[in-house]
Design a binder for this molecule. Structure first.
Ligand SMILES: Cc1cc2nc3c(=O)[nH]c(=O)nc-3n(C[C@H](O)[C@H](O)[C@H](O)COP(=O)(O)OP(=O)(O)OC[C@H]3O[C@@H](n4cnc5c(N)ncnc54)[C@H](O)[C@@H]3O)c2cc1C
Length: 449
């Protein structure tokens, strides 16, 4: 049987684009479908606009610090429309670069909503297309909790399209996306209130990091309302009134509500049943080679139950292309994935938390912590402290996790991720010469508590 393509990819986000390009480079005839803009959540509605917002926000602290360093006072008010226009331009440029890279690799780009007609046939915006192999890379979409009035809340996607800067923003959520938005918008001089259902932010992260980030947010003037349930949201003229129960039995009036509580695989309208693709707990079920229950159909990225991060989607897309089109079987090692939070201050983490390490290694776990004032802040913000922490198995001396809250945390932890993955011991850390003066050097001088 002949097909229109060797590979058809649904979704031009990081997972789909990386797989399509590499498969085409290996000689396959490839097409990719996209219903929105090329680049996916990461480039258009996620990582990139959020990081640009964090960069815009970082000036707020730099201006304060500049004053202390002798530069004098700088105007601290962002022109929202100017920033949003600059952000849109940068995103368009990145999207165009992705299109160019697809073209250069020989991948055909087709715009349109795509669904299955059978295991080898797709409907792409009304056009019937057949393919030998199909890769599903449709990502995930925000979902809202079932609260009366939740329709007044926007999602992260709309947040990046706001024409006016919110005066008072309520953020519903506790994970990294909620914390990042809260930090950035607060530094951009919106009034921000974070509403958290649990007793702490950043579920699943190391407790020291959770506590330190939350304390810093409160210090920066962000009320973090924990153990708070939202009973209802009502519109009152141009504002919205949130009625809370739980520890905070309060009402809050804001002019914008951002809901970032959950994201689920984007499977609606794909007609997966027609292709015999199994869905388990709301995500496409895949084996270690990203193969679904239908042997010619594969899935990568946020539509699977793998961690929802861009580098995971890219690594899975590349492993799939190498396995299927270059006869080089590849799986993705999902252990030790470093994560960063472009919060204010920045935080980053890799490997096991202290609690996870104690569960796995018991009494032998040793933690090494330091909370210190970075040199930069000795002039600018004497009250600012950086926190670093290593989690070590006392028996083998292996470093199991590294965690940090402070300037450059993402860059520093990324490098430590390699050392930890390669099996670095605490002794290796102790015998490494640091760069002085730097925050990173503190990781190499940590003493027992
Ligand atoms: C606010 C926010 C911040 C984030 N920050 C980070 C971060 O700092 N670091 C990080 O690593 N990750 C971050 N993420 C997560 C990251 O964006 C995702 O993990 C990544 O984009 C997943 O890539 P993907 O290729 O699986 O899917 P996506 O990037 O979601 O791409 C899927 C594409 O498929 C298209 N599509 C869907 N259905 C169809 C269909 N039926 N037909 C045609 N096209 C279709 C969509 O339009 C989309 O373009 C963030 C996410 C959000 C929302």
């Amino acid at each position: 049987m002949t097909f229109d393509y060797d590979l058809f990819v649904i979704g031009a986000g990081p997972g789909g684009v990386s797989a399509a390009r590499l498969a085409a480079t290996h000689g396959a005839k490839v097409a990719i479908a996209e219903r929105d803009k090329v680049g996916g959540t990461c480039v258009i509605h996620g990582c990139i606009p959020e990081k640009l917002m964090a960069y815009a926000a970082s000036f707020s602290h730099v201006f304060e610090d500049a004053d202390e360093y002798g530069w004098g006072k700088v105007r601290r008010r962002i022109n929202w429309q100017q920033f949003m226009a600059a952000k849109d331009k940068a995103i368009d440029h990145l999207s165009q670069l992705h299109i160019q890279h697809l073209n250069e690799a020989g991948v055909e780009l087709i715009y349109g909503q795509t669904k299955f007609l059978d295991a080898h046939t797709l409907d792409v915006g009304g056009r019937k297309i057949t393919s030998d192999k199909i890769l599903i890379a449709v990502g995930a979409e925000a979902v809202k909790p079932n609260i009366p009035g939740i329709e007044y809340a926007i999602t992260s996607r709309e947040m990046f399209e706001l024409k006016q800067q919110p005066e008072h923003l309520a953020i519903i959520g506790s994970d990294q996306i909620a914390v990042k938005f809260a930090g950035s918008m607060n530094a951009l001089i919106s009034k921000v209130t974070l509403i958290v259902r649990d007793d702490n932010i950043l579920p699943g992260r190391d407790q020291d990091i959770r506590t330190r980030v939350q304390e810093s947010m409160v210090k920066n003037g962000i009320p973090v309302l924990c153990n708070a349930n939202i009973e209802k949201i009502e519109q009152v003229k141009d504002d919205f009134c949130l009625s809370l129960s739980g520890h905070n039995q309060d009402t809050i009036t804001v002019n914008t509500i951002l809901n970032v509580t959950n994201r689920l695989p984007n499977l609606n309208g794909l007609d997966l049943g027609k292709a015999g693709v199994e869905v388990r707990q709301g995500a496409i079920a895949v084996d270690e080679y990203s193969c679904t229950s239908q042997k010619n159909i594969f899935a990568v990225g946020d539509c699977t139950n793998r961690p929802h991060w861009t580098p995971v989607a890219i690594a899975s897309g590349r492993a799939f292309a190498n396995t299927v089109f270059a006869n080089q079987p590849r799986t993705v090692n999902l252990e030790c994935i470093p994560l960063a939070l472009s919060s204010q201050p920045e935080a980053a983490t890799v490997g096991l938390t202290e609690a996870e390490a104690r569960d796995k290694y018991g009494e032998s776990v040793r933690c090494y912590r330091s909370s210190f004032q970075p040199l930069f802040d000795s002039i600018a913000q004497p009250e600012h402290k950086t926190l670093i922490k290593l989690v070590v198995d006392g028996n083998s001396n292996l470093v199991l996790g590294a965690h940090m809250v402070g300037e450059y945390a993402a860059e520093i932890i990324e490098c430590l991720a390699l050392a930890i993955r390669k099996g670095a011991t605490k002794k290796d850390f102790d015998t490494t010469i640091g760069i002085h003066p730097s925050a990173a050097e503190e990781f190499f001088t940590l003493k027992n508590e």
